[in-house]
Design a protein around this ligand. Structure first.
Ligand SMILES: [Zn+2]
Ligand SMILES: [Zn+2]
Length: 87
């Protein structure tokens, strides 16, 4: 896979910025960067009947097992994009 030039420039910038840090501090910084990237994974949605989703949060339906369409629920509101709903 070819790496775009702007990514190489950015990578060199990061290396220059953290190159003088102790290796453990540099590793911590890179771990933090990874942690910020991971939650953005678009494949992270749980199923339509889930009561919790890493993208949309906790279910707010009063009785999640029977009424999965509370209008204020981030997972189950009719216009929610959770689990393949409208964008
Ligand atoms: Zn819900
Ligand atoms: Zn979701």
């Amino acid at each position: 896979m070819a790496v775009p030039p702007e990514i190489i420039v950015a990578k060199n910038g990061i290396l220059a910025a953290i190159g003088n840090l102790p290796i453990d501090a540099a590793a911590d910084l890179l771990q933090d960067l990874l942690g910020e990237l991971r939650p953005a994974d678009p494949a992270a949605c749980t199923g339509v009947t889930a009561v919790w989703c890493p993208v949309h949060g906790d279910c707010a339906c009063p009785y999640p097992q029977v009424a999965l369409q509370d209008p204020d629920c981030p997972l189950h509101a009719p216009d929610s994009a959770h689990a393949g709903g409208p964008e």
